[in-house]
Design a protein around this ligand. Structure first.
Ligand SMILES: Cc1cc2nc3c(=O)[nH]c(=O)nc-3n(C[C@H](O)[C@H](O)[C@H](O)COP(=O)(O)OP(=O)(O)OC[C@H]3O[C@@H](n4cnc5c(N)ncnc54)[C@H](O)[C@@H]3O)c2cc1C
Length: 412
């Protein structure tokens, strides 16, 4: 047994092995045989429903949904560690699919913690019943997300999306961009300004918004360079009327979003790791079979050195993920700092792993049908999800030195 098995419980090992088989038997063959689908400009067609139905059969589609509503509840003591384990495996098959599923897990955790009981009773069973049911979390706006991540807590940096209570409904106007699952979700969590006089920490509220809410339009599916099997979308709200009881958190929503973002950053890193593992596995096979200069590539010292670097980065990141995920599960004081460190460091390390994979494959590495450049493209996306690398670095320093750190915003 190697170390990555050794630290898992028997339940976690079984779950990991089940997901591993699902990826090898269902997902990887689909991606390999249908690589052109990635470039289909019909977003709805890219991932067949059977892939999600199979995910359902092995119980990973409804993670985070309480058992009383038919979901698959994980042991709360190790929930985030198990999320990490499973999402790494799924992303080893395809990071877009992992995004689709992980978004449902994270938003389910948020709803479990913040949604009133009657909304949980209504929406969780629908999610459980329908394999195509996706959830989305809408924060980013055209004016940028970095100020929100910092957060730059002054009225001038507040969200442009505004919500006003009128005749028993919240009337919401605004626009959201770059939203994971935004194109095809059935249910959205939407953040909007409800107090223009104060900064976003005390003036942002969150709402649960069904897709068919009058005034909501899904305006676009973004054609991204990577993670293309997840449909990233744009939304506009024009006098969108949300019933008063669909409010999740009034004014203080940013502070409460930690239940989403802490597991979220672990999931970003573990999906990112899965992309690196796929790059390593394909490269390890290639260098042991492809002969150049009279010997399989692995016999060339420069190749061995690169392969060792790839493997070392992967194991170091996996150890860091375990450490940070444990901090989140056990609610340790520096969990936030570790999550931000982990998210940006992983994105940079796995980018290097995928670059080595590309180089070791030579010309083959850039051919679409070989699938190596896909991993490079998928890896590039992670630097920009859940805050950029630089903004994450600022958050690390703000967490470590709250009294002396800068605001790192509004440099005028
Ligand atoms: C594939 C994908 C999926 C996503 N999914 C979601 C989602 O589900 N929900 C959601 O709400 N958002 C989502 N996002 C948005 C994501 O969180 C933002 O793209 C990210 O936080 C960066 O924000 P921005 O794109 O607006 O960049 P900007 O904020 O415009 O930043 C542009 C550049 O300026 C730099 N910068 C900005 N401000 C500062 C500063 N104060 N100091 C120094 N440098 C600065 C940034 O580091 C970056 O390099 C997603 C993005 C992608 C790419």
């Amino acid at each position: 047994m190697n170390m990555s098995d050794h630290i898992l419980s028997e339940d976690q090992r079984m779950m990991r092995d089940t997901v591993h088989a699902y990826i090898d038997d269902v997902v990887a063959p689909y991606i390999r045989d249908n690589w052109k689908k990635e470039w289909s400009m019909e977003p709805a067609d890219r991932v067949p429903v059977e892939i999600l139905e199979k995910a359902d059969e092995i119980g990973i589609r409804t993670l985070g949904v309480p058992e009383e509503f038919g979901g698959m509840e994980l042991d709360s003591a190790t929930e985030v560690q198990t999320f990490a384990l499973i999402s790494e495996e799924v992303a080893r098959g395809d990071s877009g699919l992992a995004d689709k599923l992980a978004q449902n897990w994270k938003v389910s955790v948020l709803l479990r913690n913040l949604a009133p009981r009657h909304l949980q009773e209504k929406w969780f069973p629908r999610l459980v019943e329908d394999p195509n049911f996706l959830l989305a979390h809408c924060l980013t706006e055209p004016r940028g997300a970095s100020d929100r991540w910092l957060p730059h807590n002054v009225p001038s940096a507040n969200m442009d999306t505004k919500a006003v209570l009128k005749d028993g409904h919240w009337v919401i106007n605004g626009r959201k961009q770059f939203i994971s699952n935004g194109y095809d979700a059935s249910l959205y969590v939407v953040y909007a300004n409800t107090r223009p006089d104060v900064g976003m920490v005390h003036g942002t509220s969150s709402f649960l918004v069904p897709r068919d809410t009058p005034g909501l339009s899904v305006t676009k599916c973004n054609e991204t360079m990577g993670c293309r099997f997840m449909n990233n979308g744009e939304l506009t709200f024009e006098d969108m009327r949300v019933p008063e009881d669909h409010l999740l958190v009034k004014d203080e929503a940013m502070g409460h979003a930690g239940v989403y973002f802490r597991p979220g950053k672990i999931l970003q890193a573990s999906k990112n790791l899965g992309v690196g593992v796929a790059a390593f596995e394909k490269t390890a096979e290639y260098v042991q079979n492809y002969v150049q200069g009279g010997a399989p590539l692995i016999k060339h010292q420069a190749v061995a050195i690169r392969l060792a670097d790839m493997a070392t980065r992967i194991d170091a990141i996996r150890a860091f993920i375990n450490y940070a995920a444990r901090a989140v599960d056990e609610r340790v004081g520096d969990a936030d700092k570790l999550c931000n460190m982990l998210k940006y460091h992983t994105s940079e390390e796995i980018m290097k792993v995928c670059k080595d994979a590309l180089e070791l494959h030579g010309g083959t590495g850039v051919m679409l049908e070989a699938g190596i450049e896909k991993l490079f493209r998928d890896a590039a996306i992670f630097m920009h999800m859940d805050a950029t690398v630089d903004i994450s670095r600022f958050k690390v320093i703000k967490a470590m030195f709250p009294d002396t750190a800068g605001t790192y915003a509004d440099p005028k």
